[in-house]
Design a protein around this ligand. Structure first.
Ligand code: GLY
Ligand code: MN
Length: 464
């Protein structure tokens, strides 16, 4: 945990944004996999972690704005818990570490809530993303479970987003610790990306690195020779020379902060000329994005600048044609780059996405586009110092999408379909780094992980 002062300050800043009412936070429960005692690894709710730092299941908290009182609800471990799971300090002792003086048993949570309901006071809560949280909220608030998510407090969502979006120096340091683990994961992955190995062997090795260092993976590892499937979690293919391998993986630090890196490497260690051509285009786009990031700039504009840089490269390769500015404005590049440039990063890999993408990535000045490709942009709003975000452009050759657009003659003045056919089995390339917006530009977080063609080939040859 950070020092108590961090959590005290965060809660104070939150309270200041409200005039009255209660704020109710529910921590996460253990989640059974196939029978009650066999659970998935426990993950605390990120907003609960942010404001209270307590990383154990079955906790809740209430902040009474009018009384200025903060209370954590939970139960001390029983002798049976101690026998099976080990000792845990009392809730009172643990809450003190987060600067909380008032605690009570979880069974008493309904008392302040019932009282507030009776008095007609507003009870603010965040939208649940787990069914059991919706059910608990439904029971506490005496509202049908189906209506719980919709009735979440927009005021609270906006307040939490405003606080969590700006990362403090200690949060950035935590993300950089996760990036140090990522660096080691990639060092090993690049050495192992040899013909004959199965994807799962590399997944096992790099997940093991995170675990061995007391970290966890921040999301299920994407490691695939079929990189054209954006979030491919199948790991059963044998690596063959001539294929590209997309590796998109992140670590989660003991305090819950994530890293999120992608590298694409040639199986066997050397890019073919064709792979190198497309790789250089994606890299040019990624560097263009990083160069463009600064406070006051809209991430949507960074996305579009990257799309134009990559579309120009695709034109040089003969895959696109015509006026590139026009092609990007109309969305023709989305055949190759059908996703957004990146997202916020923090306690969640897609930071705060559970609170609603539009609250996190959009503001009054930017509306979500309906255009294919641009519509998937998770972060479009104006950037501010302290934001941490991913920069992850990619170029993919997705056969079903190519076939559909080709059959429809879609954007035929911008896309050279005859030439695209020659890339049908190419796969995909994505390059991703994590970036902090500073007062006058940005800083790529963590120590460098091989990214240029030369650095990747050198690292794969074991020379670095
Ligand atoms: N790293 C996976 C994603 O950003 O969606
Ligand atoms: Mn990402």
């Amino acid at each position: 945990m950070f020092n108590a002062s961090t959590y005290i300050k965060r809660r104070k800043l939150l309270r200041q944004q409200f005039k009255s009412g209660l704020i109710l936070f529910l921590g996460n429960e253990e989640s059974p996999m196939n029978y009650p005692a066999n659970t998935y690894r426990f993950r605390q709710d990120s907003s609960f972690l942010y404001f209270f730092g307590l990383n154990t299941p079955s906790l809740a908290a209430v902040i009474d704005i009018d009384a200025g009182r903060e209370m954590v609800f939970g139960d001390d471990v029983s002798l049976e818990d101690v026998i099976w799971m080990g000792y845990l300090p009392s809730l009172k002792e643990r809450a003190q570490v987060a600067g909380i003086r008032h605690t009570a048993s979880l069974s008493r949570l309904e008392e302040p809530i019932a009282r507030a309901l009776k008095q007609g006071r507003t009870i603010h809560y965040l939208p649940p993303y787990r069914a059991e949280t919706a059910v608990r909220l439904s029971t506490l608030l005496k509202k049908p479970a189906a209506r719980i998510k919709k009735a979440a407090s927009v005021e609270l969502i906006k307040a939490v987003v405003s606080l969590r979006s700006t990362k403090s120096a200690e949060e950035v340091a935590e993300i950089e610790k996760a990036l140090e683990v990522s660096r080691e994961m990639y060092r090993v992955a690049l050495r192992l990306a040899r013909p004959g190995l199965y994807e799962r062997e590399i997944v096992g090795a790099i997940e093991g690195i995170a675990l061995a260092r007391g970290y966890e993976t921040a999301f299920p590892i994407i490691l695939t020779i079929n990189g054209q499937i954006l979030h491919n979690h199948y790991h059963g293919n044998k690596l063959e020379k001539g294929r590209l391998l997309v590796i998109d993986a992140g670590a989660s630090s003991p305090l819950g902060y994530a890293s999120d890196i992608t590298r694409t490497v040639p199986v066997g260690g050397e890019f073919t000329p064709k792979q190198r051509g497309v790789y250089e285009v994606v890299l040019r786009g990624q560097l263009k994005a990083i160069e463009s990031i600064a406070p006051g700039i809209k991430y949507r504009d960074v996305h579009l600048a990257t799309a134009r840089a990559m579309a120009l490269g695709l034109k040089e390769l003969g895959l696109m044609k015509g006026d590139i500015d026009e092609a990007v404005a109309e969305g023709a590049h989305a055949l190759f780059f059908p996703h957004g440039l990146g997202h916020m990063l923090g306690l969640d890999v897609h930071d705060m996405e559970g609170l609603g993408e539009n609250y996190v990535g959009y503001d009054k000045t930017v509306e979500r586009s309906k255009q294919f490709g641009l519509a998937y942009l998770r972060l479009a709003r104006e950037l501010r110092p302290g934001f941490v975000l991913t920069v992850e452009p990619g170029i993919y050759f997705i056969p079903p999408l190519i076939d559909k657009w080709k059959a429809e003659n879609k954007f035929k003045s911008f896309i050279n379909y005859a030439r695209v056919e020659g890339y049908r089995n190419f796969g995909g390339i994505r390059i991703e780094d994590d970036v902090l917006v500073t007062d006058d530009g940005c800083r790529v977080l963590g120590k460098p992980i091989p990214k240029t063609v030369r650095d990747i080939e050198t690292a794969m040859a074991g020379k670095k």
